[in-house]
Design a protein around this ligand. Sequence first.
Ligand SMILES: Cc1ncc(COP(=O)(O)O)c(C=O)c1O
Length: 418
Amino acid sequence: MNNQKFFKQLEAEVARIDAAHTTKRQETIIEGFELQPSPRALIDGKPFLVFNSNDYLGLRHHPQLIAAEHRATEQYGTGPGAVRFISGALKVHRDLEKALAKFHGREDAMIFSSAFATNLAVLFSLLKGQSKDSLVDNSAVVISDELNHRSIIDGIRVANLEKEQKAIFKHLDADHLREVLKEKLGKYKRALVVTDGVFSMLGEYQDLAKIRKVIDDFNNQYELGVLLVVDDAHGVGAFGATGRGTEEISNAKADVLIGTMGKAFGADGGYVVSSKIIIDYLRESAATYIYSNNIAPGTAAAALTAVKLLDTTEGKKVADTLKTNIIYFKEKMLNLGYRFAAKSEHPIQAVLIGDTAKTKNLKQAFYEQGVLVTNINYPVVPQGKDEIRVQLSAAHTKKDIDQFLQVAQQAGKKLQLI
Ligand SMILES: Cc1ncc(COP(=O)(O)O)c(C=O)c1O
């Protein structure tokens, strides 16, 4: 019964995590949503305004997405049946890929069960050949922004590179990236630079024009060039005048762009868009695509509807509403005396509180008044940088934001934050 000893270790580890206040398993259970006059989550039968969701455009309750999901489920059934190389791709999967490629102005796209699964496979495949027969050169260095998302970090881990093949550039620092590319020059035949588009803790974005310029300067110096891989999970759909994300905001393009359909697009699943040759290669090498089911056909149909909707008059209106909500929220919060942890034009707005107990108390005050927000505390952020992360949505009405502001004012005064 030696595994009993192991279970004791697991118990001790869970207790350690609880004691460090970094526990994540005490999840709120949402029983459903009230949709009128605007969406509210039902918890213990009570309605809550949702200011902690990635549904930036409010599309997850959109009647067109729901109808498309129902139709596709009728047409194809509830699940994909098998992986694509076994029983074939469903047309709705391929239609979605074509729509995503067109949306981002690329030759082709490929969809995965999640953006996390996309990053794992894309990074592995682009960093490593798949077998001893592979013609892909493994002499590669990967250079990653120091605050990249966990799925990027794990994608690099999966590639199991030598220590020297992995480098980090300082957060949002294109000059430091230049230094690292210079330092690695001559040691590796090719380089891969990878970054989040929007960083989800603070809502800041990587200026891709600056990064692109550095990469272009080095592309001909490395024997097999330099690739820019951007994961814009929080940017696509939600950022830029037409929802093209960080590429649109910074007016530059990645070589390989990863996105999710589980945030602004209101559905689920991940994707990568790129040139035909990169996508052809990934279809032959990406393990989480080849050996793992794709999203359900209903989900693919909902995502396809969202992607198309973004380019309609209604889509433009939704994007404008989101922008108006962000501007209104920021202005009113500043007027109340709050500060933000970073400058952000994105729906993620990090309200700087700076004290762990006060941040938790403020989050609790919001909860008691029927508003959901996220508190982000040390050690996730540095000491003194504790924040309340607010996520705005086009689904919020002015009245919803005013309700948020009223709580922020009352609780903020009580906690001596403003
Ligand atoms: C930058 C980034 N990449 C990937 C993901 C994962 O997305 P998905 O839920 O589609 O796996 C997230 C989600 O938080 C993210 O912020």
